[in-house]
Unconditional design. Sequence first.
Length: 294
Amino acid sequence: MERDKRLWRIVLLTPPLLVFSVLIVWPLLSSFYYSFTNWNGFSSSYQFVGLSNFQKIWTDRLFFQATVNTIIWMVSALLLPTLLGLVLALLLDSKVRGGKFFKTIFYLPICLSAIVVGQIWIWIYQPNWGLLNTLIEEITGERFRYAWLAKPDSALFSVIVAWSWQQTGLSMVIYLAGLTAIPSEILESSASEGATTWQRIWYIIIPLLVPSTVVVIALSVINSLKGFDILYIMTGGGPFNSSDTLAMHMYNESFKKYLIGYGSSISVVLFVIALIIIGIYFRQLRKFDQIYGQ
């Protein structure tokens, strides 16, 4: 019987492991390999250049600009959906009229692909007839034709707004699930003791939502690291590389300049950064488990 179980484990696990190896492990190992070469992606002949690609990173102005943009992107992608999701969850949990309708509306963007979301917001930001400029014209009564995605000062933050609009619904749903797990007796007791709404939120609800916050932060960080497609469709890293992130910079170097070796070295750096972030998260998660006894 034990032998049959072992055989079935092997049979069932082999196909997904093969797919994972072909689609994930092999490209990852290939990136490490090509990061030490000057391969252009086409030629069958290339040379090993050692650490030259990694040395080039330290003199690449665009790399450091992309690093700063990546930090801005990750912090914004973490804070905005988390805070907005919490606010929406608190509002919708208070039994507002039409709550189910609003929950559906706010959750709907997460069901759309990043490409669709990007295209929607391209229309919103359109200088001549876009929704945003039209609303500003109606409020101010003056002609307004600002090109949000074509200005270095606003391109990255415009994409961050679009990304946050899509991700907020997921955070909201997780917080709503956390709110349903809070015993109503605690809130009723605090209200009878004279606690205001703000005091109940700050001293009772938010501390009890820590497990939900951990999940939201984890998903936000993971999703932000994958935030390439919406940047690609909305700005392509422009204008003048002002919205370049490390993932976008890697793409441009690899598939626009055909510097596969150098692009692979950037991907290795991004991989190491992701490992560090994940390591810090799991370390904090262990501390969280010790505190809450989970």
